[in-house]
Design a protein around this ligand. Structure first.
Ligand code: NAD
Ligand code: LMR
Length: 363
């Protein structure tokens, strides 16, 4: 699943044998959740991962005990809330799927700050309105901010892969916390947009009757609705998909997450396909870190591409290397339709990024 061709598989094997001494400790924060569990399992089966550190505010030791029985080389240990320092110590890659998922009717942006209606159990001494419902804040923004503080303290040089939504805002939040701590390296922070690429490949190959493994689509922009911009004109296999079929395909790629949220009917969002996408991205990242050349994945990073338009972070094809981001590729030639999609993406993306930066600066 990890390497896409025979050549890439050979390289991955060679990277493993020639760098058998290279320790690649991967920490998963939110490992007990819907994404965390299958992704951790897949990471345990990745020969490039030598050690897995599973952290969650609940359930991680149990998940780790279970996964640790899989007979692959990586060691696997679970950590509870008080142990975040030990979980992160020595981690070279940190993957973060911690946070709340969407329910039908919500946008990803609604996850930035979500309010839970709870009955106050506080006494009149501590609560002025003891018998009335209270609004309690439960935010992905603050979860990511606090995990960023822990990473800044315990593993400031690690490669950080953010899955928690809204990715368009959580990546800037993470960056701001690292800047405040004086440890920000833009080459080492990634928003994981791989699921958009995985979906584009699946949906296009479904239409064209091709093998998804040979159907690669570049997806740029951000990770929500119209900020997701598939570049189908750059894929030979997409030639011939036009008119309404093209529009439907673009819409399905942009709103594929909603399809899963609806189908799960209030029990969560994509977890299994995201587990696969997350493990695929981490494999690519480690192959780059291990010295393999030409490892390219679209990912949401601090990018110069649209900085002049006030868009500080953008997902495009990125070459991954020993120090993380090796080279950010421009988006390349766009069709008229794609230019329109990009025009619609940039203002939304700019707002999402500003919201993350503002939150981190003011909290
Ligand atoms: P989930 O509720 O099943 O799991 C989340 C886990 O995070 C839980 O186990 C919870 O205990 C844990 N958690 C909460 N706060 C934590 C903290 N401070 N530290 C450590 N762990 C903490 O949710 P899920 O379905 O796994 O989704 C997780 C996030 O991933 C959501 O925000 C979702 O929107 C996002 N997501 C992103 C993508 C993407 O493409 N980037 C795809 C799917 C889902
Ligand atoms: C997805 O694309 O599946 C995720 O971002 C989860 C969601 O809320 O749709």
């Amino acid at each position: 699943m990890f390497a896409r061709s025979t050549a890439a598989r050979t390289l991955a094997r060679r990277a493993f044998s020639s760098s058998a001494r290279a320790e690649r400790k991967v920490a998963v924060l939110g490992a007990g959740g819907g994404i965390g569990q299958p992704m951790s399992l897949l990471l345990k089966t990745d020969p490039l991962v030598t050690s897995l550190s599973l952290y969650d505010i609940r359930g991680a030791p149990g998940v780790a005990a279970d996964i640790s029985h899989v007979n692959t080389k990586a060691s696997c240990k679970g950590y509870e809330q008080a142990d975040i320092g030990s979980a992160l110590k020595g981690a070279e890659v940190v993957v973060i799927p911690a946070g709340v998922p969407r329910k039908p009717g919500m946008t990803r942006d609604d996850l930035f700050v979500s309010y839970l209606l709870t009955l106050s159990l506080l006494s009149p001494l501590t609560s002025p309105l003891p018998s009335l419902p209270r609004l309690r804040q439960n935010t992905n923004a603050s979860i990511v901010r606090d995990l960023a503080k822990a990473c800044a303290e315990h593993c400031p040089k690690a490669m950080i892969c953010i899955i928690s939504n809204p990715v368009n805002s959580t990546v800037p939040i993470f960056a701001e916390v690292f800047k405040k701590a004086g440890v920000f390296d833009p080459k080492r922070l990634f928003g994981v947009t791989t699921l958009d690429v995985v979906r584009a490949s699946t949906f296009l190959s479904g239409i064209q009757g091709t093998d998804p493994k040979d159907t690669r689509v570049t997806v740029v922009g951000g990770h929500s609705g119209v900020t997701i911009v598939p570049l189908l004109s750059q894929t030979e296999i997409a030639k011939g998909v036009s008119g309404q079929a093209y529009k439907d395909l673009v819409k399905r790629i942009q709103f594929g997450g909603d399809e899963v949220v609806q189908a799960k009917a209030g029990t969560g969002s994509a977890t299994l396909s995201m587990g696969y996408a997350g493990a695929t991205f981490v494999n690519s990242l480690i192959r780059g870190m291990n010295g393999e050349k030409n490892v390219v994945e679209p990912t949401f990073v601090k990018s110069p591409l649209y900085e002049s338009e006030g868009v500080e972070y953008f997902s495009s094809n990125v070459e991954l290397g020993a120090n993380g981001v090796e080279k950010i590729h421009p988006v390349g030639q766009l069709s008229a339709e794609e230019q329109e999609l990009l025009n619609a993406c940039l203002p939304d993306l700019k707002k999402n990024i500003a919201k993350g930066v503002e939150f981190a600066k003011s909290s």
